[in-house]
Ligand binder design. Structure first.
Ligand code: NAD
Length: 468
């Protein structure tokens, strides 16, 4: 079994302690994650601080070139990264799985390489000239989750270094290895200390969010952890970008065509087995086409192949970890006990992997956890409504506000309804489609700050007004 190392100051650093990383398809061990100490974290922050003193002054075109070189090396090594990601995360190589994720990481890196934040002239007249300059913040602490570990790492690291910051990243202890490999590859194209990685349990994340040498934390993960990070960051007033949980609603309007929308609905909900922040997690369907939508979704779900991600035929894999598997099981069991009609799935077969079948639960409503909370797994509640106003009110009856969607044939009507959903991103006749030129982020308790595009880049800078 391979024992992995931290990467600090451009060098591999061995640790005394290790923790096994488990393959969720088999229960076997994928490799040994190094357990960083607080001394390792201090070393990483120290290296990043020293690198910042130089990297912040590297001419912008050179930083852009380094990011392009990273995109190229990720592309060259994409198959190796995809296999490692499948082994530790569980998602299949195919479908919207590992190859798709690495492809996304390359695309986002490339797009961000070409963005820039030139000096803006706010005023230039006889009264004077005022320029707005954007400056890097310093050492950025990046804390990532286990659902899309490689892509999210690139979403954090690339805009940070593109704008002249340096990074210490801490991935989830459940999926750390593909991020270590990613950082190794990045270090082949960057000066030492620009990107460092420390791995370990949640405690390392806690230490990072309070560390005086870290100027900003960019975090993607659960709302509960986001709150803790905000508390820990308060003593040093760190800048924060928090991309947190979601409980996205989708509303199927009375004029929708169930046959046309079924594929989009299914993948909006079940992409990455539902373990996606902006997946469709509650589906509201008008009474007039409720049964037909249920039938179409069930028929679609029946032909989706769930299996070990390394098998080329698998389209969905296992749930990533036992804890999440137990949450999904408990939510479905409760929904069933409250009168929910399980259309398909609901009964996991057992065995060594965390396989939970694709599950659709009809005839449920608010008042059960499958609807009220984020299931983050392959189980979708389908809720019947009679008035569109009622569906909108229920969609907004959540403390979360990440995404939302409306499905219908009359585009103008769909636009009117979707504008009423309280969420950072809304879609018509699709759900969860994101792209590198459109800002993405949550409202309400789904977090604050945005990623992607020029607005995302700005999050890694402070503003300096220059009065000439
Ligand atoms: P999590 O909050 O449990 O863990 C995320 C990361 O935070 C991990 O690296 C973990 O080790 C670290 N961490 C845990 N406790 C910490 C602490 N006290 N201080 C600092 N760091 C700490 O989340 P998860 O289970 O890995 O991911 C699932 C959640 O992430 C879901 O709620 C999902 O919606 C959310 N998510 C949001 C987005 C988004 O863009 N909004 C994207 C992906 C996932």
């Amino acid at each position: 079994m391979q024992r992995w190392s931290l990467v600090i100051d451009g060098r591999k650093v061995a640790t005394d302690g290790f923790q096994d990383v488990i393959n969720p398809s088999t229960g076997g061990t994928v490799g040994a994650m190094p357990l960083a100490t607080s001394k390792n974290l201090d070393d990483a922050v120290g290296a990043a601080s020293r690198a910042f003193a130089l990297w912040k002054d590297v001419p912008d075109p050179e930083r852009a070139e380094a990011c392009r070189a990273i995109a190229a090396t990720l592309e060259e090594n994409s198959e190796e990264l995809a296999k490692l990601l499948t082994l530790e995360q569980g998602k299949p190589l195919n479908g919207l799985g590992s190859r798709f994720e690495i492809g996304g990481a390359v695309a986002w890196t490339r797009h961000t390489s070409e963005l820039s934040l030139p000096v803006e002239v706010l005023q230039d007249n006889p009264d004077g000239r005022v320029e707005l300059h954007r400056k890097p913040i310093g050492v950025v602490g990046s804390i990532t989750p286990w659902n899309w570990p490689v892509m999210i790492a690139c979403w954090h690291i690339i805009p940070a270094i593109r704008t002249g910051n340096t990074v210490v990243i801490k991935p989830s202890p459940l999926t750390p290895l593909s991020t270590i490999r990613l950082v190794e590859l990045m270090n082949e194209k960057l000066p030492p200390g620009v990107v460092n990685i420390v791995t370990g349990e949640n405690e390392i994340g806690s230490l990072m969010s309070a560390h005086p040498g870290i100027a900003k934390v960019t975090f993607t993960g659960s709302t509960a952890t986001g709150r803790r990070i905000m508390q820990n960051a308060a003593s040093t007033l760190k800048r924060l970008t928090l991309e947190l949980g979601g409980n996205d609603a989708g509303i199927v309007l009375p004029d929708a065509d169930p046959k046309k929308i079924v594929e989009g609905l299914f993948w909006g909900a079940f992409i990455n087995n539902g373990q996606t922040c902006a997946a469709l997690k509650r589906l509201y369907v008008h009474d007039g086409l409720y049964e037909e939508v249920c039938r179409e979704l069930t028929a679609y779900a029946r032909q989706v192949v769930v299996g070990d991600g390394l098998s080329e035929g698998s389209i969905l894999g296992p749930v990533q970890n036992r804890r999440q598997f137990e949450i999904v099981s408990a939510f479905v069991d409760e929904a069933r006990s409250k009168g929910g009609r399980v259309l398909i799935g609901g009964n996991p077969a057992g065995g060594s992997g965390h396989f939970y079948p694709v599950t659709l639960v009809a005839d449920v409503d608010h008042g059960c956890r499958l609807v009220d909370e984020e299931q983050f797994g392959p189980a979708l509640p389908i809720i019947r409504y009679r008035e569109v106003d009622e569906a909108v009110a229920k969609a907004n009856a959540s403390s979360m506000g990440l995404g939302g969607s409306v499905w219908g044939s009359d585009l103008e009507e769909a636009k009117r309804v979707v504008a009423r959903i309280e969420a950072g991103s809304v879609w018509i006749n699709k759900h969860g489609a994101i792209q590198p030129n459109a800002p993405f982020g949550g409202v309400k308790q789904s977090g604050f700050g945005v990623e992607f595009g020029v607005d995302g880049l700005k999050e890694f800078t402070t503003v300096q007004s220059v009065f000439c």
